[in-house]
Design a protein around this ligand. Structure first.
Ligand code: NAD
Length: 251
């Protein structure tokens, strides 16, 4: 299989896109460390069961991507037990829609802490062992919002532009050690976050009609591109951000 012998770690893996990525990577042969907030333990256990049903080993850890010390502890534990982390998927994210004029500092800070600083902290935690092993795949889940913001998503879009920029710069800083860093920019994916953001059936119908493929995304639609970026098929791809949006946005 595509990811035989690899170990992946996925943040925010209890539901939505992160859960499907974790299960999808396991179905491609990877052992998977699934992590999410402690409050998500029930859902995380369901993802663990699906990974084990696919015949793969699953490591399950509570992890808040805003906590440097907890990231270092969890990454060290997984590295020791699994022998190394080959693929890091920085998926954890939040979106609380608000117009910029009404945005309070705490909401701004929370989005940057999770969506941007979380990538920095998790990536820096995994790099030493990837550098030592001269291999690694880092995949950041950004968003087409990071390419073009829209009303009520200015702060979120700014964090996702940051994710795209971090992807480009990390790629240049770590490529010499055989590590690639890429991003996926999902379009509108019908997860809890996606549905909450759209709000109404009219909005769903509108955006489905805008999309070239005439539908919005399922979390499973994101899995193939992540598996590709995590595999040897993408050996010469780095610093790139790939839209996975059904043809809703083209730049
Ligand atoms: N759904 C969409 O339309 C869409 C579009 C583009 C990008 N994305 C991105 O995809 C990723 C997953 O989104 P989703 O739609 O599955 O959302 P979701 O809300 O269903 O899942 C997000 C996950 O992140 C976890 N999380 C939140 N804060 C965390 C923290 N501090 N530490 C660790 N985990 C934390 C949540 O517990 C949850 O499991 C996010 O980065 C999101 O921005 C989603």
């Amino acid at each position: 299989m595509l990811l035989d012998g690899k170990t992946a770690l996925v943040t925010g893996a209890s539901r939505g896109i992160g859960a499907e990525i974790a299960i999808g990577l396991a179905e491609q042969g990877a052992d998977v460390a699934i992590t999410d907030l402690a409050s998500q333990s029930v859902d995380l256990a369901k993802v663990q069961a699906a990974i084990e049903a696919a015949g793969r080993t699953c490591y399950n850890h509570a992890l808040d991507v805003t906590s440097k010390s907890s990231i270092e502890d969890v990454f060290a534990a997984v590295t020791e037990t699994a022998g190394g982390i080959d693929i890091l998927v920085n998926n954890a994210g939040i979106l609380v829609p608000k117009r910029l004029e009404e945005l309070d500092e705490a909401t701004w800070d929370a989005h940057f802490d999770v969506n941007a600083k979380g990538i920095l902290l998790c990536t820096n935690a995994v790099l030493p062992q990837m550098r030592a092993r001269k291999q690694g795949r880092i995949i950041n889940i950004a968003s087409i919002a990071g390419r073009q913001g829209s009303p009520t998503q200015g702060h979120y879009a700014a964090t996702k532009s940051t994710a795209i920029t971090l992807t480009r710069v990390y790629a240049q800083e770590v490529g010499m050690d055989g590590i690639t860093v890429n991003a996926i920019c999902p379009g509108i994916i019908l997860t809890e976050m996606g549905k909450e953001n759209l709000g109404s059936q009219e909005e769903i119908d509108h955006w489905s009609n805008v999309a070239a493929l005439k539908r919005l995304g399922d979390p499973k639609d994101v899995v193939g591109p992540v598996a590709f970026l995590g595999s040897d098929l993408s050996n010469f791809v780095t610093g790139q951000s790939i839209n996975v949006c059904g043809g809703i946005y083209f730049h």
